[in-house]
Design a protein. Sequence first.
Length: 152
Amino acid sequence: MTGEFERRHGFPPGTNEVRPASRDDQAAARTLAQVSLIPADLITFYDSIGHVTWDDVGNGYFIDSAGDVLLRLQEYGFVTVGADLQVQGLVIGSTGGGLSYIAGADGSVHRTRMASLDEPELDKVADDLRQFLELLERSLTRFVADGEPGSL
């Protein structure tokens, strides 16, 4: 399989995993839950999932651990989301191309248009975390089937 992957894509396979949450991940999720702008489904997600790393799906898809999200929040604060600039969000992951995924306090998920969080321009990619995860799953399924990761 490794040889087939490398022949098809021109590089060896990387890390592709959904890691279960450790006790440290769950503790970080509880700390995030104390912040009022965190969607409840994100806390539920982090209580079970440590992180998602799909190096080999397109440029890569990554959902950061609760601990990494918490550190980024402490260091950089919230990201402003939405056309009205009234909603605050958290960076929860990225693509291998440097675009970031931001979960809004209303549960929606957005993606930056450029690899910068300085005055980011965002596109809404999902109404909630469940829809976002379903889109990720479709990207994985499509990539396995035909090598195309989709546009997420």
